[in-house]
Ligand binder design. Structure first.
Ligand code: SF4
Ligand code: SF4
Length: 135
C-alpha cells in the first residue's frame, strides 16, 4: 500500500464534482480529508491523505490532473522561516500533530514538515510571521 498526503486545489468549475467518490469507486483509493476550504463559486482546497495500491494511486492522481486539479505534495504548503523564529513556543502547544515541537532541555523549536497537515493554526498563532503558507 502507498500513502500520499496532498493538497488539491480546485478551480471554480470543479467545486461541485464528486472527486473523492470517483477516486474510491474508479481507483479503489481511500481518501481521508484532513482539511477543506471551499469558497462557493470561486475555488476549493482540500488537504487529503490518499491510500491505495501504488498503480491505482498513480492512475488516480493522473485522473485528477487531467480534469484540471492542481495536485501538490503537502510538504510544500507550510514553510517555517527559521530566521524569523525567536522560539517563543506560542505555536508548539497548538500544533495538533507535533510538527512544531520543543526539544527539552535545550528548549529549541523544530519543524518536521512530514508531520504537518497544513491546518494553518500556527500561521495565526505566530506573532513573528515565522510560519507561512505557500500557495
Ligand atoms: S500547519 Fe498545523 S500541523 Fe502544520 S505546523 Fe502549523 S499547526 Fe502544525
Ligand atoms: S510562534 Fe513563531 S516565533 Fe514562536 S516558536 Fe513558533 S514559529 Fe517561532
Amino acid at each position: 500500500m502507498a500513502v500520499k498526503r496532498l493538497t488539491l486545489n480546485f478551480p471554480p468549475q470543479l467545486i461541485d464534482q464528486p472527486i473523492t467518490y470517483r477516486l474510491a469507486r474508479d481507483y479503489d483509493l481511500v481518501v481521508n480529508i484532513l482539511r477543506a476550504r471551499v469558497t462557493p463559486l470561486e475555488e476549493g482546497r482540500l488537504v487529503v491523505e490518499i491510500t491505495g495500491k501504488k498503480k491505482n494511486l498513480d492512475a488516480g492522481l493522473n485522473f485528477l490532473k487531467e480534469i484540471g486539479l492542481e495536485v501538490k505534495p503537502l510538504a510544500q504548503d507550510i514553510r517555517w522561516r527559521k530566521e524569523r523564529c525567536i522560539e517563543c513556543t506560542a505555536c508548539t502547544s497548538i500544533c495538533p500533530t507535533g510538527a512544531l515541537s520543543l526539544s527539552r532541555p535545550e528548549m529549541h523549536v523544530a519543524f518536521l514538515e512530514e508531520k504537518c497537515i497544513a491546518c494553518e493554526l500556527c500561521i495565526a498563532a505566530c506573532p513573528y510571521r515565522a510560519m507561512e503558507i505557500v500557495f
